[in-house]
Design a protein around this ligand. Structure first.
Ligand code: PHE
Length: 454
């Protein structure tokens, strides 16, 4: 029953190559930049608890579903949905479920690259020793000067998009394996250094309490939706990423094991970042609700006050940029695979086409931090709107469609075979039931709560 289709774009050389690439896709700005600031903005503990529950109950099962759909279909996500639906005698319109995913990744990359640019800018501030003994006000000024200058942001955004397009055009994702295997442990060590510093601030326990002690009065319905959306965002789900990476996955690799390792690695990085950042926030009387600038205003304070701080800071922002880069690559790949297959274009041409449109869209995000910061729709700036639409609406919708597809459309024998399990196996049954009931119900509950239905 396993698919006899071959991948159109090559295969990963080994299990490790796949796990590295998929972890590289998952670990990025979502863990180090986004998780702390949305946690800060949504009251801490209760938000973190919902996020962890979502990763366990939805994230991991949906990731397994995506990878297996990708490996069975072996085409770009939209076509994969369409062929698998047809094989199961269902409507070809499932194509659009894949298409929404591809579009989400495309839109996310347009702002993701701008934020990755902030990381690049900070490499230079760090290397020039700007953080040494700086006060919270000094750092605030550095951050504000950076975001208020559209040309600085445009320069970095252009560099990030060009580099991403270039690497995807050369099809080098596999070649990044070694760098990612270096990045992950290094990032953990750097974050541990920040956490060790956080322990010396005298506010460590306060930080941990904020992060881990749930107080549900502080969590709004909107906060719960953001936690749900973030569990998809951080695991790179519902954007076609895990599907295309799955499409390049050789048959003999265990999807379950891969999904578990990726989710564990991803969550550890996010929680470590939170444990490092909040004590610094409290020690310097900063606002946990500082928004997207949070880590850029807090981490430099830690680096500026530790031995070898300039060196460690430089290294940290290089690693952050690299982590963002491996995610950016994975955000571009689904659109490129789609455009190549749909319009019969060469990889390089498809990359140029997608890269240019994404670059152009990114200008909207750049301007929303300066010239157009007061230009709002639904009281959100362009960047906030794009982030909200993708992470909190499109990704959960995509996740819901993937869950439904994997258990109601794809035949059980196929998924069991792809997961290398017997259809009667307890673990397999639990996986199916989770996708059948738990994930759709949870997504529905959070959405209804958000809509104020109860
Ligand atoms: N998971 C990445 C991060 O946390 C972002 C991403 C989302 C990458 C969706 C690919 C697809 O930074």
């Amino acid at each position: 029953m396993a698919s006899a289709r071959e991948s159109l774009h090559g295969e990963w050389s080994s299990k490790i190559a796949f796990i590295m690439a998929a972890s590289g896709a998952a670990i990025g700005l979502g863990n180090i930049w986004k998780f702390p600031y949305i946690t800060g903005a949504n009251g801490g503990g209760a938000f973190v608890m919902i996020y962890i529950l979502c990763v366990l109950l939805m994230g991991i099962p949906i990731m397994m579903a995506e990878i297996l759909l990708g490996r069975h279909g072996r085409r770009n996500p939209a076509t994969t949905f369409a062929i698998l639906a047809e094989e199961g005698k269902h409507a070809k319109h499932w194509y659009w479920a894949g298409f929404i995913g591809i579009l989400s990744g495309f839109l996310i990359l347009s702002y993701y690259s701008v934020i990755a640019g902030w990381g690049c800018d900070y490499i230079f501030h760090a290397a020039m020793g700007k953080f040494s003994n700086a006060t919270a006000n000094d750092i605030q000024r550095i951050f504000n000067t950076m975001v208020s200058n559209p040309w600085t942001l445009l320069l970095w955004h252009t560099l990030v998009i060009s580099a991403t397009t270039f690497v995807v055009a050369l099809g080098l994702e596999t070649g990044l394996e070694k760098s990612i295997s270096f990045m992950f442990p290094t990032m953990i060590v750097l974050l541990l250094i920040v956490v060790a510093y956080a322990m010396t601030t005298g506010h460590f326990i306060e930080g941990l309490t904020f992060l881990f002690k749930p107080d549900f009065h502080k969590l709004s319905a909107n906060g719960a939706l953001i936690a749900l959306g973030h569990s998809f965002f951080t695991l790179s789900l519902a954007t076609g990423t895990m599907m295309v990476y799955g499409a390049y996955l050789p048959k003999n690799i265990s999807i379950t094991q891969a999904a578990l390792s990726i989710a564990i690695a991803d969550s550890s990085v996010a929680l470590l970042a939170g444990m490092g950042i909040f004590p610094i926030v409290f020690a310097h009387h900063l606002e946990p609700q500082a928004g997207p600038g949070l880590i850029f205003k807090t981490l430099p304070l830690a680096f500026g006050n530790m031995p070898f701080g300039n060196l460690i800071a430089t290294f940290f922002f290089i690693m952050l940029t690299f982590a963002a880069f491996t995610s950016a690559i994975s955000l571009l790949e689904p659109s490129v695979a789609f455009v190549m297959e749909k319009f019969h274009l060469q990889r390089a041409t498809a990359c140029m086409l997608c890269g240019s449109i994404i670059w152009f869209l990114g200008i909207g995000t750049i301007l929303s931090f300066n010239i157009l910061q007061d230009f709002k729709l639904f009281s959100l700036t362009f960047f906030e709107l794009l982030d909200y639409l993708t992470a909190n609406i499109m990704l959960p919708t995509g996740g819901l469609l993937i869950s439904i597809f994997a258990v109601w459309v794809l035949r059980k024998e196929i998924s069991a075979k792809e997961l290398n399990l017997d259809p009667q196996n307890k673990f397999f049954v639990a996986w199916q039931q989770t996708l059948r009931f738990v994930s759709p119900l949870a997504i529905l509950l959070v959405t209804l709560d958000f809509l104020g239905v109860y």
